[in-house]
Ligand binder design. Structure first.
Ligand code: G6P
Length: 466
């Protein structure tokens, strides 16, 4: 079987740039090994792209990476508009942040249909298509409309919110109808899957048996495939990274202080304001901890042209400077706050240096930072993960200190507990998490989805022929 993987953002193996976002970083090593063709946006736009799709193609392991220039007239409405100002906020249960126009929806559909036409050049008789994430909900339907009969699967990296919230997305019914062109729809968690099915039952009258949805619009199998990481490889990287100059300088600068680390895209779903407030609250509740610990918060700028993101950046910078101004000393800065990305080889070392990892999103599909923080720890003296129960990762990493990110005081107590946790307890919790990470690797995620896609397609074709 020839596999074509499609996502809006792709990653180049050759690039030395830090990667934004879990999806591209997670896919790179597996797609590279699989020999698939990975198709996505080049990040550039082009007038007339619709008439003549332009792709820059480079080798990617045994396969290839094809980066397409998207149509200039529709890119903004598609990416900043419908994908990130309607779907993203709704999927993360923030319907209050939806800001879109009818033109944005049109552009979203145009880019989906442009991508479908561009994909035809990669199609062979035994090709299967695997579409990633909310940018391309309607791509399967566009491919079917062009006569594609091969297997087409879809995986959602984000949560799927409650039926009421998803009902706030303009054109929600049309989009979910379009999704039924997929043979297989994959979710990160059981909760996401059941939210999707509940929406479908209420809005489109889904008939559901054994995870298979049958409707007049199509038949799709819905399953859960929690994405993982290559934990042992990440552990090796972390060990190596301790010698990296950026990491050893950080260690020296700590002067015996403990370190708490947070690494996120600067996104309202990540709960950064509550997190900083919790760290502040901890230092205020327990003054004896002042000067003994600092928080390194890396918040990589993301989607900065969208108002909600610009506002958050301003609010967070003000909050951090307020805490530092109020609690800091000439020789101690409570929060080290950085607005830039780091390469994975360095990040792994930063995680290993920190006694506590803070991953406290308000909503998150999986959150691979949580998994990477665990994998990066020194087995002899592991750090403690403080994890939001609203991150998909909490289903597996249930021996982390689980917190409610809306409860600032509870989070403050959890960080203090993490900082003073005895070694035996840290080890027990860490070993249980590491064992789970080893079982659910990114390789098995990839292989399981592809196997299930073939199955689902065969079952759908049989049912159609019957
Ligand atoms: C999340 C999404 C990905 C996206 C990433 C980075 O992980 O699920 O699809 O690529 O964020 O966001 P960006 O808009 O920079 O691609």
């Amino acid at each position: 079987m020839n596999l074509v993987v499609v996502s809006n953002r792709v990653a180049r193996a050759s690039s030395n740039e830090p990667m934004t976002g879990g999806l591209a970083a997670a896919l790179l090593p597996v797609v590279e090994k699989s020999g698939a063709i990975w198709v996505g946006s080049s990040g550039r736009v082009r007038d007339g792209a619709q008439r003549e799709p332009f792709a820059e193609i480079e080798q990617l392991g045994a396969g290839a990476l094809a980066m397409l220039d998207l149509p200039a007239a529709h890119y903004g409405g598609y990416y900043e508009g419908f994908a990130n100002s309607a779907l993203w906020p709704a999927l993360h249960s923030r319907a209050d942040l939806i800001r879109v126009s009818q033109d944005d929806y049109r552009s979203y559909r145009e880019v989906n249909s442009f991508m479908a036409r561009a994909l035809l050049r990669f199609r062979k008789p035994d090709t299967a298509f695997w579409i990633q994430d909310y940018h391309f909900l309607a791509l399967g339907a566009e491919l079917r409309a062009l006569g594609v009969t091969q297997p087409i699967g879809f995986f959602l990296h984000t949560p799927w919110a409650s039926p009421a919230t998803m009902g706030c997305v303009p054109h929600n019914r049309e989009l979910v109808e379009a999704m039924l062109a997929y043979d297989l729809i994959g979710f990160q968690t059981e909760e996401d899957r059941s939210n999707f099915l509940a929406y479908g039952k209420a809005e489109l009258g889904f008939a559901i048996a054994d995870g298979v949805v049958t409707t007049p619009y199509g038949t799709s199998r819905c399953e859960v495939f929690p994405i993982g990481i290559d934990a042992d490889l990440f552990a090796q990287q972390a060990q190596k990274a301790t010698a990296h100059p950026d990491v050893s300088r950080l260690r020296k600068s700590l002067n015996g202080e403990k370190l708490v680390i947070g690494v996120d895209r600067l996104d309202y779903s990540k709960g950064l304001i509550n997190r900083v407030n919790a760290f502040d609250r901890m230092l205020t509740m327990r003054p004896s901890l002042q000067r003994t610990v600092s928080l390194l918060q890396i918040a990589t700028p993301s989607r900065g042209t969208i108002e909600a993101y610009g506002n958050l950046q301003g609010e967070l910078a003000k909050l951090v400077s307020d805490v530092n101004g109020r609690l800091g000393e000439a020789d101690w800065t409570p929060i080290r706050y950085l607005n830039k990305g780091f390469r994975q080889g360095v990040l792994a070392g930063l995680y290993r240096t920190a006694q506590v990892g803070l991953v406290t999103p308000l909503q998150d599909g999986m959150n691979l930072v949580a998994k990477e923080y665990v994998a990066a720890q020194n087995p002899i003296d592991p750090g403690v993960l403080v994890l939001s129960k609203f991150a998909g990762a909490a289903n597996e990493l249930d021996t982390a200190l689980l917190v409610n990110p809306h409860d600032v005081e509870g989070m403050a107590r959890a960080i203090a507990t993490a900082l003073s946790m005895p070694l035996t307890e840290r080890r027990l919790r860490w070993e249980a998490m590491m064992a789970k990470l080893r079982r659910g690797s990114v390789q098995s995620w990839f292989a399981d989805f592809v196997a299930s896609l073939e199955d689902a397609h065969t079952a759908n074709s049989d049912a159609a022929g019957a």
